[in-house]
Structures are given as C-alpha cells and as structure tokens.
Design a protein around this ligand. Structure first.
Ligand SMILES: Cc1cc2nc3c(=O)[nH]c(=O)nc-3n(C[C@H](O)[C@H](O)[C@H](O)COP(=O)(O)OP(=O)(O)OC[C@H]3O[C@@H](n4cnc5c(N)ncnc54)[C@H](O)[C@@H]3O)c2cc1C
Length: 381
C-alpha cells in the first residue's frame, strides 16, 4: 500500500470530494483547495447513473445518495408534441444491483460528499505553480503560501488550472450546442425521467427531490455567444414555446433565477492524464457531453479507481499508470457514445427528424434497456 502522506487535491467538486472521501475510507487524508470563495449550493440537478452509485457503495456513500435523491426507474422518449416515441424501465438494474440511476440536487450531492470528510477544504485558493521533481511536487498557491506534496490531483473541472500548469493550454472543444438548466416545483405523480426531442432542441426532465423537478434543455447555437443571464428564462421559453406535454410545466413555471444555469457544452480529450506525481481526474481529464448523463459518474469512478490503485501499488508512478490504464478506454467509450447520442438528439431538418422519429419508434425497448445498462457497467470495477 502506497497511499502517500502528502496529497493535494485541487478542486472540491464531485471528483475531488469523492477522492477525498475514498482516501478517508482507506485511512489517508489530503489537503483540498477550491477556487470558489464559498461553498455555494450548485443550483441545479444531476442524474447519477447506477454505475456511479455502485462505485460510491464501495466507500459506504451510495446509500446516502440514494436516500437523499429520487430513483429514476424509467426513461421515456417523447417528440416535441409530447407523444411517446419509446421508453424503457430500469427495474432489471434495480433488481440486479440494488440501485437505479438517482436524480439528486447538486447541492445535496455536494453535502453528502463534503459531510463525509473531517476537514473543510481551503476556499478561494488555487495553485499558481507546480514544480515536479523526483521526490515530490512543490505547489505554490494564490494566497502566497507554498507546500511540498508527494502527489497532486487535478480535480478542478473542465478549465483545469492543474492541466494547464502541467500539460500546457488545452482549449476545450465546443460541440455545437448550449444548455439551460432549471429547477422547478415537482407536480404530484411525476415519476421517472423523460426527454422531448424537437428540431435541434431537446428538453430533459427528472425529479430530484420530493418536491423538486430538474430540467436540462439543449439547443444548437453558435460558439461563445455572451448572453445576459437575466434573459436565460426568456430564452428557454422562446426556444421551447412549441414543445408540448411535460415541457409545458417547465416553460410555464417561474423558477428562482439562482436555479437557472446557462453554458456551452464542451469536451476535453487528452492523450494522457498523468505524470509521475500529478494526475487529472473527472472533467479536468475528460469533460464530456452531458447527453448520457455520465460525466459525474465517470468522475466518481475515476476517484475510486485512483484511490484503489494507490492502495494496490508500491510506487506512486505505478499507481497513476494503473489508474490511467484502467480508465482511459472506458471513459473514451462513454465520451464517444455521449457525443453520438447528442448528435442524434440535435438533428435539425424536418427529414432528419422524421427519420429519427421512425427509427426510435421501431427500436425494441427491451433491447434498448439491455444495451443501455450493459454500456454503463464498469467492467473493471
Ligand atoms: C448541462 C450539463 C448537464 C449535466 N448533467 C449531468 C448528469 O445528469 N449526470 C452526470 O453524471 N453528469 C452531468 N454533467 C456533467 C457533470 O456536471 C460533470 O462531469 C461533473 O460535475 C464533473 O465533476 P468534476 O468534479 O470533475 O468537475 P466540477 O464539477 O466542474 O468541479 C470542479 C471543482 O473545481 C473547482 N475549481 C475550478 N477551477 C479551479 C481552480 N483553478 N483551482 C481550484 N479549484 C477550481 C470548482 O469550484 C469546482 O468545485 C452535466 C454537465 C452539463 C454541462
């Protein structure tokens, strides 16, 4: 077992906090720094795939996420009129693995992970320099302090500073669509998750609490348009004005402005995530399209695999190589599938949408369920 004594985790999001929790589980600890000046509850929802919950189970945190979230036992695909195109139930997953995919508020997920730790992260701080040498890594911080570490973990998201310091500038790749996320009251009887597909637009809706519904809407758009945040709700209403069925509830609701988030969808694809003593996990290593709802679960799986790899190795460099070897193809596969799914969802012309509708209607829903489940099982867990 080689869990080093001096570990720095940069970024206290899903990846960083899960890794810190995994270290604690194995009897180790880390310094965690996060650029955010305060722990703000992230005002939107997230679906954590059953594979992410299974990974959390191995450090005893899966049940807390299940208890505080909502099981998503079914997926229904609708057209923009609200008419059913296809759908499936996840009941076989629940039976086989004792969990389903969970809808949860991001702030609640964050609390579950953060509450499992004994120490609070240092907030409002980032790394400004990392100097790696054979015996360690010297880290300089934005508050003027510095410290020597055995291992530095970059868990600082899509625009990772650790990645920039170690591998140089890597521009995330814009995939052609943006997202608006909102949280609204949950009407009684709304169960499972659904997606409505229109021309170049998609709205997903899922429960994340007894009284809360989360919706993510994506739409084709030019890169990097700077929008007035106070207009995000109007934009959502305009873009989805012709959507019917459950989309009406989202478009007609009046969510708190703090719960509305807008952003470009970008991917990060790197040839490697490690040096001998620095490693990237989560979005810092491989931000992906949200279409399969797997970025968070991949971050969790990364964190668990890295912790386990440290436990199983005698040299830090071997542990990092073991982590990258186990994760690289798995993540790449999910990243590609998510991109393909996103491509199909955002078809725009009337003929392309008609072909898509007819193909989706004809898909065998049992087979769809089986292949979805099979693609999410982590074969190396
Ligand atoms: C529209 C949309 C919907 C999504 N839906 C889902 C979903 O349903 N299910 C799912 O699994 N995934 C989803 N994802 C993806 C998911 O949000 C990410 O994959 C996940 O949050 C990655 O976790 P992370 O910890 O790697 O990064 P982040 O969550 O980005 O956390 C990074 C942390 O690092 C901190 N940080 C940033 N920069 C620095 C710095 N320079 N120094 C120090 N700290 C820093 C941040 O404050 C933050 O706390 C979605 C993404 C989008 C865009």
């Amino acid at each position: 077992m080689v869990i080093p004594r001096r570990i720095l985790i940069v970024g206290g999001g899903i990846a960083g906090l899960t890794f810190a929790a995994a270290l604690k589980y194995y009897g180790a600890r880390a310094d965690v720094v996060d650029l955010a000046p305060e722990w703000r509850p992230v005002g939107s929802g997230i679906a954590i795939g059953f594979n992410g919950i299974l990974a959390l189970n191995s450090i005893g945190l899966g049940s807390a996420v299940q208890e505080r979230g909502v099981p998503l036992n079914s997926v229904t695909l609708l057209d923009s009129e609200g008419k059913r195109m296809n759908g499936f139930r996840f009941s076989s997953v629940a039976d086989a693995y004792g969990t389903s995919t969970i809808g949860i508020h991001r702030g609640v997920l964050h609390d579950v992970l953060a509450d499992s730790l004994e120490e609070s992260p240092r907030l409002g701080v980032t790394v400004t320099a990392l100097r790696e040498h054979p015996k360690g890594v010297m880290a300089e911080f934005s508050d003027g302090t510095n410290a020597e570490y055995d291992l530095v973990v970059g868990a600082d998201g899509r625009n990772s500073q650790v990645r920039k310091l170690i591998f140089g500038e890597v521009e995330p790749h814009y995939v052609g669509y943006c997202a608006i996320r909102v949280v609204v009251p949950r009407p009684s009887g709304f169960e499972g998750m659904c997606e409505l597909w229109g021309s170049g637009r998609r709205m997903g809706i899922l429960p994340i609490g007894e009284n809360l519904l989360y919706s993510y809407s994506t739409f084709l758009s030019a890169k990097g348009i700077v929008r007035d945040p106070s207009q995000n709700l109007n934009l959502l209403r305009e873009l989805f004005a012709d959507f019917k069925g459950p989309a009406r509830h989202i478009v007609d609701s009046d969510p708190d402005e703090a719960s509305i988030h807008y952003g470009d969808i970008e991917q990060v694809i790197l040839p490697q995530w490690i040096t001998k003593r620095v490693v990237l996990i989560g979005d810092a290593a491989h931000a992906m399209c949200p279409d399969l709802g797997q970025g968070g679960s991949m971050a969790i799986e990364d964190a668990m695999t890295l912790a386990r790899s440290l436990v199983d190795s005698t040299e830090i460099a071997d542990a990092l190589l073991g982590y990258q070897t186990k994760r690289y193809n798995r993540v790449g596969q999910i990243q590609r599938k998510s991109r393909q799914y996103g491509w199909m969802v955002h078809r725009q012309t009337a003929p392309a949408c008609a072909v898509r509708r007819s193909v989706v209607r004809r898909l065998d829903s049992n087979r769809l369920a089986r292949t979805t489940v099979a693609s999410l099982i982590n074969p190396l867990a």
